[in-house]
Design a protein around this ligand. Structure first.
Ligand SMILES: Cc1ncc(COP(=O)(O)O)c(C=O)c1O
Length: 443
């Protein structure tokens, strides 16, 4: 996204802050996701599912800091325990009991988790899982889905932004770098497979037998269209991995919110490792690598051979652990079910207004996540997800209208729900979506 130059007429506080920010931050931001035209909005405070910007305007928050807040903002129970921990200290070169309690809680949420290691971001969790898989198998390569976002690790980001000029044949997608200067060796070690096409994926994987450390899969990749992986796809990839001696690694950094034990609970296959992040931090930076004891053992510093030495200055800091444990205890089975049911109400509502307005649009997603596409049906893979200029223009109109009506969305027109939401916010979004879709038809 590009920011337009500020106009002299924009005298808002946010505009002034952005002008100042551009002097010391590249592009005026610390993360590209907050950029919007003509300038980012700056927050004053937030509570529950409502965010108030520095102009005093209130927004209903369906972005939830990029899907990372499950209870919205400033949940009193989290504020209280974090406040108590803050006065006792925020980081020590010593272990804390709270990290054990939180490890026990998360491990109990999935039969696929025997042990867990905390880190500080989803990027680090994915990187740690990949390195653990390499250490366990002694193999260098990884396989990943074309278009899937897994954070910033060189290997995991390959082909995330590939496009028609460089993605090659659909039967053999090219390994395409994201960042300039990515070493060619990185590209050689990443096998790119198409989403939800088990035959082609297995054909490609067969060409790398005995070389792949892990298949890394996000079971509902947001950038690829926020469509859940077909059970057959997951099963075929898992079978291939186990037969070949590779590990099956799920990136559940976003999707863990879907079920009490993550989206993997809906599939009939065990996983070797999972990367977690976002909601498990209770509003603070976090990541985690969870998985089978035998695999997690590569990080055991007491082993005769430590195959993957693993550390992190702020890993398992007591602030994140306290907030995370409180948040996840409150996100119990009943809470997951309630939020998923609320999301069904929203998705059905949006489908209703799509039908009513005759707009060319559709909704994908599952659990407490949804994405609106200006396409007749949800994309099947990364190539299908590419927007035409007309689709992109229509989506811009929808997003701008929703924003003007007071709704914060992720800029792909995706959203996530938070537990403070009720029918009121859901029905309000459906109403705003109706006008947005009508407007988009005039583009
Ligand atoms: C599926 C997935 N994996 C990994 C990441 C990286 O997480 P983080 O931004 O915490 O590094 C993200 C972030 O959006 C993600 O969506």
């Amino acid at each position: 996204m590009t920011a337009e130059p500020l106009t002299a007429t924009d005298t808002s506080i946010s505009a002034k802050l952005y002008e100042r920010a551009q002097r010391s931050l590249p592009g005026g931001v610390s993360r590209n996701t907050v950029l919007r035209s003509p300038h980012p909005l700056y927050v004053d405070h937030a509570s529950g599912c409502r965010v108030t910007d520095v102009e005093g305007v209130e927004h209903i928050d369906f972005a939830n800091n990029m899907a990372s807040l499950i209870h919205g903002h400033a949940l009193p129970a989290i504020v209280e325990v974090v406040g108590e921990q803050l006065v006792r200290g925020s980081a020590f070169t010593l272990a804390t009991e709270i990290e054990i309690a939180y490890a026990e809680h998360l491990v109990a949420r999935s039969p696929n988790f025997d042990q867990i290691r905390f880190v500080n971001s989803g990027t680090e969790a994915v990187m740690g899982a990949v390195k653990a898989a390499r250490a366990f198998t002694g193999r260098p390569k990884i396989a990943k889905v074309e278009g899937a976002y897994h954070g910033l690790y060189d290997f995991a980001e390959v082909s995330q932004t590939s496009n028609p000029t460089n993605w090659g044949d659909s039967g053999r997608p090219q390994s395409v770098p994201v960042a300039y200067g990515t070493p060619p060796a990185v590209l050689e070690q990443v096998v790119v497979i198409p989403f939800n096409d088990p035959d082609t994926a297995v054909e490609i994987l067969d060409e790398h037998r005995g070389e792949i450390a892990c298949i890394l899969i996000d079971p509902m990749p947001h950038r690829v269209g926020l469509v859940p992986a077909d059970p057959e796809y997951i099963e075929r990839l898992h079978t291939w991995a186990t037969t070949d001696g590779a590990l099956f690694v799920l990136d559940e950094v976003i999707t863990f919110r879907t079920e009490y034990g993550g989206l993997q609970a809906r599939y009939d296959v065990p996983t070797d490792l999972s990367a977690l992040g976002k909601i498990i931090g209770g509003g603070f930076p976090v990541g985690a690598i969870a998985g089978r004891r035998e695999v997690m053992e590569v990080m055991n510093p007491l082993a005769d051979t430590v195959r993957f030495p693993h550390s992190g200055t702020f890993s398992a800091n007591p602030i994140t652990m306290t907030a995370g444990l409180t948040a996840m205890k409150l996100y119990d089975r009943a809470s997951v079910e309630r939020l998923n049911a609320l999301t069904i109400r929203l998705v059905e509502g949006i489908r209703g207004v799509i039908a009513e307005t005759g707009a060319t649009a559709c909704v994908s997603g599952t659990g407490s996540m949804f994405r609106v596409h200006m396409k007749a049906s949800p994309p099947r893979n990364h190539r299908d997800a590419l927007q035409t200029p007309a689709e992109a223009a229509a989506l811009r109109v929808v997003l701008d209208h929703l924003f003007d009506e007071g709704f914060m969305m992720i800029n792909t027109c995706s959203g996530t729900l938070s537990t403070p939401m009720t029918d009121t916010e859901i029905d309000a979004l459906v109403t705003a979506m109706r006008t947005a879709l009508v407007r988009a038809q005039d583009v």
